[in-house]
Design a binder for this molecule. Structure first.
Ligand code: APR
Length: 242
């Protein structure tokens, strides 16, 4: 399999990486599911929905403050960097479900954040959009335009991905030669449908994850390793001197 995978990767021109929380796990950021996942400790319906924010903006805002502090203290790991370095050899797009911005910091240039970014804010009433760095107010900030609460500009349960963002993600998936799925349980839609678009374009589908996912049977290659182990090995194919 390894030789076959190496030949497939060497021949490929356009790479799409679909990433999830698992790629940031080795940067010290919790995943959502699995034994140490956030959803083992918290009820997502009390934290990541518009209703939850209406019910208790202070609770939701302080939980996002806590996540932002952890993310500000984190650094991209060798997995993020391997994806960024592949740009020196091939055309690379990253479609990420993560809101931590670590792909950008690692140097990836074409990143589609389908679930938004934890440092972006938007007004709950008008169409104001903003950014929040390392301010940690107890209550959500008020919109400068209309005075309503700002909220994190991320996709919550029950909300849809911005149309133009989703269209871009599908376009990249339909045009790639290889889709490498890293660190996602593939349980949240529509992110877990993107590999079907890639398959329709006869792309090879690779997944890098220590565990199986509900779509493992769809993969052409499965690397049962962590993101750092699997991606470091993958980029070495392009960086080895011979
Ligand atoms: N390297 C690679 N994969 C890993 C690692 C690692 N070091 N550690 C864990 N994983 C895998 C787990 O096996 C799991 O399959 O990463 C996956 C993480 O899955 P989830 O926690 O469900 O995260 P994700 O798939 O990104 O969740 C999707 O759900 O709650 C929403 O909006 C949230 O974007 C998130 C979406």
């Amino acid at each position: 399999m390894i030789e076959n995978l190496e030949n497939t990767l060497k021949k490929a021109k356009k790479f799409v990486f679909l990433t999830g929380a698992g790629i940031s796990q080795e940067s010290g950021i919790s995943t959502f599911r699995g034994k140490e996942g956030l959803w083992q400790k918290y009820d997502p319906m009390k934290l990541v929905s518009a209703q939850a924010f209406r019910d208790d903006p202070k609770l939701v805002w302080s939980w996002y403050n806590d996540r932002r502090r952890k993310i500000l203290a984190a650094k991209p790991n060798a997995g993020h960097v391997a994806i960024a370095n592949l740009q020196n050899h091939r055309e690379v797009s990253v479609i990420t479900q993560n809101v931590d911005g670590l792909h950008h910091i690692a140097g990836s240039r074409d990143v589609i954040e389908i679930h938004g970014n934890i440092f972006a804010t938007k007004c709950t009433k008008c169409d104001f959009r903003g950014n929040i760095g390392d301010e940690f107010s107890d209550l959500p900030p008020s919109c400068k335009i209309c005075g309503s609460y700002l909220r994190p500009d991320v996709v919550w349960f029950g909300e849809s991905i911005k149309q133009d963002v989703w269209k871009e993600a599908v376009k990249r998936s339909m045009a790639c030669d290889v889709m490498i799925i890293v660190g996602t349980s593939l349980v949240v839609s529509p992110a877990n449908t993107l590999h079907f678009y890639a398959k329709n374009n006869q792309a090879a589908i690779v997944d890098i994850n220590p565990e199986n996912t509900p779509f493992s049977y769809e993969m052409d290659f499965s690397i049962r390793q962590t993101a750092v182990e699997g991606l470091s090995r993958l980029i070495s194919i392009f960086e080895s001197p011979f």
